[in-house]
Design a protein around this ligand. Structure first.
Ligand code: ZN
Length: 148
């Protein structure tokens, strides 16, 4: 993971999350271990991780109660890797985000543009994020499809 995410060209390239910042000044800090400051930052870093094939990051930032979370981590990782490799991550548009810090959850509405074998797999979603784990970091809990 570290090597894949650390080439110089990649570090200076525009971040795949659509922030218009360089990767090294954007999602790279989260991929290298920093905690996301809010659900939107985590959401962006997850989209970027899918685009870069950072499978462990996807798994580590998914709530254990998520419907796609699997007890067999290796099998789950293979699924995520296969999806990441077969898909082109064309762009991300964050439409809104809200944080309920006192209750430890937040929501992000976004549209993700994806292509696979020439097929448009783009979708819009409202994602729910919660603070979880020993260090109380933001993780992706669940998502609800929205009209495109
Ligand atoms: Zn980014």
């Amino acid at each position: 993971m570290a090597n894949k995410a650390a080439s110089k060209a990649l570090l200076n390239a525009p971040c795949r999350c659509g922030s218009k910042r360089k990767y090294k000044r954007c999602c790279r800090t989260l991929h290298a271990g920093a905690a996301a400051r809010d659900p939107e930052a985590l959401m962006r870093s997850r989209y970027c991780a899918y685009a870069l094939g950072l499978v462990d990051y996807i798994l580590d930032t998914t709530h254990p109660d998520n419907a796609e979370a699997r007890p067999d981590r290796a099998a789950w990782a293979r699924e995520v890797a296969a999806f990441s490799q077969a898909t082109r991550f064309v762009g991300l548009e964050v439409r809104s985000s809200a944080v309920h810090e006192a209750e430890g959850w937040g929501e992000v509405e976004f549209r993700a543009r994806l292509l696979r074998d020439g097929e448009d797999l783009s979708f819009a979603e409202r994602s729910r994020f919660e603070r979880a784990g020993d260090d109380s970091r933001w993780v992706y809990h669940s998502g609800e499809m929205l009209p495109d």
